[in-house]
Write a protein that binds this ligand. Structure first.
Ligand SMILES: Cc1ncc(COP(=O)(O)O)c(C=O)c1O
Length: 458
């Protein structure tokens, strides 16, 4: 089926008002060329907007520090799982702004919470108390292993806070020891952020090496290698072990129950803290509110961020009372963190996602989509594995995934890469429908020939 056939079939099926796509010609995927071209208004306006997109991209190259290799797409609005570029083309979003927009774009309850709160009070700093911050903390505590929450503004800040809390905990727990355990363990393929402490815990050397020396004392072990981890943790020199129950950036690798249980036991007997990074896999994405619930093994500290405020910047560190006891006034803080606006948004997001029926729906859609992908893509020689839990899914290829991701984008479907660039990462809004997942599976299938055009790019 061509892209145009796919789109028109589903326009009527879901009665969604798809705008037509303008697809640039590619050598390898002529099926995309069949997509109807119909500018939202006149051709003239379409042309002017096209120019606008090119101008915006040119200005970005001129005025923004060049840290991002962006896809050539200028997005201007979104609704539900759809995004629209400045030329009016519609895209089905299976990226969620990198696992952020769990409720999709412009969720009405989220919007109401944000506009009402903005109308009343946005920011006061942490010099004073404010109601939404305490309410969000109460809800996070009630729905998790934790006794207390600390708020920050991003995933990397959550990692930094967890590093400081772990160090402080060890100092507090070893008052007579001049050098309490201060080192950390992290794992292959992990990603914990890009600020200096978090960067030290991030496995990809490419990210770290231009900025060395980073925080010393980090040992990287093989993700899933229980024996090696237990052996190393035993030494007693580690303040904490950082682990993602499901690795996102690293290529969608899930831990096993046995691995997490062994980490838990080894940490308990050596006095080391167990930190789960659920910045990407947490908050319903796995079909469980917290990904670690799938394994029934609990941490001392958990970091959160991405989806918690539905697209506003937030991070959180959840801790047990035992850890919180070691933290004093002035040990950490942030001007913006936990302000009434982001916490008001966070309450709306958490209230919706934590409903058992919402989570069951994520699990069911995840299973359905994974089965569909295995059925449709499994026979292709480039596809090595389809894996993941809930709506965090990876398609591992034997080759770079970029041509497939680019071809999908030209056909109106947005997906990400992960791992060493050889994994298609799919993290759609959790509200995505089965019909939308079917469209995505069909477009991915139809775009597979894009992979055959890679020359010596394994
Ligand atoms: C597991 C994990 N931890 C931490 C981070 C860093 O989050 P942020 O980009 O908000 O700093 C990310 C970002 O992708 C992540 O996936």
């Amino acid at each position: 089926m061509s892209c145009s056939a796919l789109f028109s079939a589903n326009i009527s099926a879901s009665s969604v008002q798809y705008r037509s796509l303008t697809i640039k010609p590619t050598n390898y995927f002529s099926a995309c060329l069949n997509v109807d071209v119909c500018a939202p208004d006149s051709n003239q306006k379409g042309f002017l907007q096209e120019k606008r997109s090119a101008e915006i991209i040119a200005d970005e190259k001129k005025f923004i520090v060049g840290t991002y290799a962006r896809a050539p797409l200028v997005l201007s609005s979104g609704k539900g799982c759809k995004l629209y570029d400045v030329e009016g083309r519609e895209y089905l979003d299976l990226t969620s702004g990198i696992a952020v927009n769990a409720l999709g774009h412009g969720d009405p309850d989220w919007l109401q919470a944000v506009t009402q709160q903005a109308d009343v009070l946005t920011h006061v700093s942490n010099i004073y108390y404010s109601v939404p911050q305490i309410e969000l903390a109460k809800r996070l505590v009630a729905s998790s292993f934790a006794d207390r929450a600390f708020f920050c503004n991003s995933g990397t800040e959550a990692t930094e806070a967890a590093i400081k809390f772990a160090r402080k905990f060890q100092r507090f727990s070893h008052p007579d020891n001049k050098e309490p355990p201060f080192e950390f363990i992290a794992f292959t393929n992990c990603f914990h952020g890009r600020t200096m402490g978090a960067l030290a815990l991030t496995s990809k050397e490419y990210y770290r090496s231009p900025f060395e020396p980073v925080m010393p004392g980090v040992t990287f072990l093989e993700y899933g290698n229980t024996q090696a981890a237990v052996e190393v943790i035993k030494s007693g020199k580690f303040a904490a072990v950082f682990v993602e129950p499901i690795q996102g950036e690293g290529g969608i690798y899930s831990a096993t129950k046995e691995f997490l249980q062994s980490l838990r036991a080894a940490c308990d007997s050596s006095g080391c803290l167990l930190v789960y990074d659920e910045v990407q896999c947490g908050l319903g994405r796995s079909g469980h509110l917290w990904a670690h619930e799938a394994y029934d093994v609990y941490p001392d500290i958990m970091t959160l961020a991405k989806p918690l405020a539905g697209g506003l910047p937030i991070g959180a560190v959840l801790v047990t009372e035992r850890v919180a006891t070691a933290i004093n006034y002035g040990d950490h803080g942030s001007t913006f963190a936990g302000n009434p606006l982001v916490c008001g948004a966070g309450i709306a997001v958490l209230d919706k996602i934590s409903k058992p029926e919402f989570l069951a729906d994520v699990s069911e859609k995840g299973r359905y989509f994974k089965d569909l992908l295995v059925e449709k893509l499994g026979g292709n020689s480039h596809v090595k594995e389809v894996r993941g839990l809930g709506l965090i899914i990876g398609i591992e290829l034997d080759i770079s995934a970029s041509p497939l991701v680019d071809a999908c984008r030209e056909c109106g479907i947005l997906v990400l890469t992960a791992g060493k660039g050889n994994v298609v990462r799919i993290v759609p809004p959790l509200i995505i429908s089965k019909e939308e997942l079917e469209i995505a599976a069909d477009v991915l299938t139809n775009c597979l020939p894009a992979l055959d055009n890679q020359v010596g790019n394994k």
